[in-house]
Design a protein around this ligand. Structure first.
Ligand code: HAM
Length: 430
């Protein structure tokens, strides 16, 4: 290719057929499942004020400190400074902002879902992109409406198990932990700082900073040399207060009684600061290094920290790119091939073919169209390249008789079918 060819920006990618059929299949299936659990769709803006993410996700997280696409918007007047804006790196902050801004509790809207692109400036690799898609859901509401209840956590986790099963994704593992609440966090941070003190100088520079500003974030470290040190650190589960401990026990008990298997992982703290109590990820073996197909958890103080009412919440986001990777083998199977290729044969036949195509498509038949200048052989080649089930010949004799040659391309059988019977014949497939 010449040097001047413009290509997609690093970390961005085009989604092409037949894979897009798989994306549509996934999205249709999740919308069905969300409906069954009474979730409603929300669409929030692609960018927000930078402050929203800094406050919700946390300044010390990798997402906020390293990965956001942030820019200063043009100022309205020369004397003013432009507003700092950021492409959304995740959608919980935007959803909770919208919940507060539109007082959604007054409309009883407390179960929301979204499907859309998110942006993080990470190093691209298989399963990790700079524009990626999340399918997420949030249950937010007043504590009196039960949104704090362990039953909500279990319901969300059971929904996810149902969804993955429905999509035919096997071999997933639910990793479950509790990261406690601000009550537990003070004592735990203290213990972590103490444990880190003698070893922190041997750790990476990020960990050295985290140890001071936000020690829990040390668990996000991916540097191999730091892992043996991190493995020996005290765990948050040892510091849970009584209400948090009971909440976690109840979540696990409900999961056991509905038959959703889980694996307790006390290293799992998730990379975002808003989490309290239940935190989880579903991992999938076939995905390699980026094996988290989804992640989520509870965020009981988030609404207040954004200036909203007390509104405990829990939610998750599935990485749709990764979900599709786990399903990829079946892309061809999901893509619907044309039912019929309409082949006009000779001058004036484009018009007749267009009429027929219009009639057939109204019957939900997928029809593709040739061109009257094509020789018959070229039309047959085009039809088989598209994988059409039938070819329909539209020549002068057929038009006169109002009956058309319809050939089944796999069996080779050819019949003359009157116009009025065409749709039924094609739909019946023989
Ligand atoms: P998260 O763990 O940062 O959580 O992201 C959720 C999922 O998005 C990940 O498990 C992964 O599948 C996918 N993902 C993240 N980054 C990338 C990337 N660069 N490329 C491809 N996929 C990616 C959140 O975003 C939270 N907002 C989830 C949540 C909702 N918690 C409560 N409610």
């Amino acid at each position: 290719m010449p040097d001047k060819t413009i290509r997609a920006v690093k970390g961005m990618r085009d989604l092409l057929p037949p894979e897009t059929a798989l994306w549509n299949f996934v999205e249709a299936a999740v919308r069905d499942v969300f409906r069954a659990y009474n979730f409603h769709e929300i669409r929030t803006p692609i960018f927000e004020e930078t402050q929203l993410f800094a406050r919700a996700v946390g300044e010390e997280t990798d997402v906020v400190s390293k990965e956001m696409y942030t820019w200063e918007d043009r100022a309205r007047a020369e004397s003013e400074k432009g507003q700092s804006l950021t492409l959304r790196p995740e959608n919980t902050a935007g959803t909770v902002r919208a919940y507060i801004e539109h007082k959604l509790w007054e409309r009883g809207l407390n179960k929301l879902y979204y499907i859309g692109p998110q942006f993080r400036r990470e190093r691209p690799q298989k399963g990790r992109y700079r524009q990626f898609y999340q399918i997420g859901a949030e249950v937010i509401g007043s504590a009196s409406a039960g949104s704090e209840s362990p039953a909500r956590d279990a319901e969300v986790l059971e929904l996810l198990a149902t969804l993955l099963d429905r999509l035919g994704i096997e071999n997933w593992t639910l990793q479950l932990n509790s990261v406690g609440c601000p009550n537990d966090r003070a004592a735990y941070n203290e213990a972590l700082r103490k444990a880190l003190e003698p070893v922190v100088t041997t750790m990476c520079t990020d960990c050295q900073r985290r140890a001071v500003t936000n020690p829990l974030r040390v668990f996000d470290c991916k540097v191999p040399a730091d892992q043996p040190i991190i493995d020996k650190l005290p765990r948050i589960t040892q510091y849970l207060d009584e209400p948090c401990r009971i909440h976690f026990e109840q979540v696990k008990n409900i999961l056991k009684s509905v038959g959703v298997e889980f694996h307790e992982n006390d290293r799992l703290v998730r990379g975002l600061d808003y989490y309290t109590r239940t935190a989880f990820e579903f991992t999938h073996g076939a995905l390699g290094a980026q094996n988290a197909i989804l992640g989520g958890g509870r965020y009981d103080g988030l609404s207040e920290s954004l200036g909203g009412p007390n509104a405990p919440g829990i939610g998750f986001a599935i990485g749709e790119d990764r979900l599709v990777l786990a399903l990829k083998e079946s892309a061809e199977a999901v893509q619907r091939k044309p039912d019929v290729y309409i082949a006009p044969l000779g001058a004036g036949m484009d018009r007749e073919a267009a009429r027929l195509a219009r009639e057939l498509r109204r019957h939900d038949i997928i029809a593709d169209l040739g061109d009257e200048t094509f020789r018959l052989k070229k039309s047959f080649d085009a039809a088989s390249k598209l994988g059409a089930r039938f070819i329909l010949i539209v020549g002068e004799n057929e038009v006169k008789a109002d009956s058309f040659a319809l050939k089944n391309l796999s069996s080779g059988e050819q019949l003359s079918v009157p116009r009025a019977e065409l749709a039924q014949k094609i739909q019946s497939g023989s």
